[in-house]
Design a protein around this ligand. Structure first.
Ligand SMILES: [Zn+2]
Ligand SMILES: [Zn+2]
Length: 80
């Protein structure tokens, strides 16, 4: 996990802030500041950047609408 773009003029990448990684890599348009402490390193995310938590209940927003306002910090499961 190297070479993530630093774009101080953009907002910080929410996926990166949570997991310390970003599956978009160089193509991500958001800021990836160095030396952060990820909130949940190694957390698995689905294609929409929502967390996979197989041991938790399914997110009510995600199950009804297919999306979730909470993003990567949501405490529920978002497996497809
Ligand atoms: Zn990113
Ligand atoms: Zn959710």
């Amino acid at each position: 996990m190297s070479e993530l773009p630093e774009r101080p003029e953009e907002r910080e990448c929410s996926t990166y802030l949570v997991t310390g990684n970003c599956n978009l890599g160089k193509n991500c348009k958001y800021h990836h500041p160095k030396n952060i402490t990820p909130i949940e390193p190694g957390l698995a995310l689905n294609d929409n950047g929502l967390p996979l938590r197989p041991n938790q209940a399914v997110c009510p927003d995600f199950s009804r609408f297919g999306l979730c306002k909470s993003g990567p910090t949501c405490k529920f499961d978002h497996s497809t």
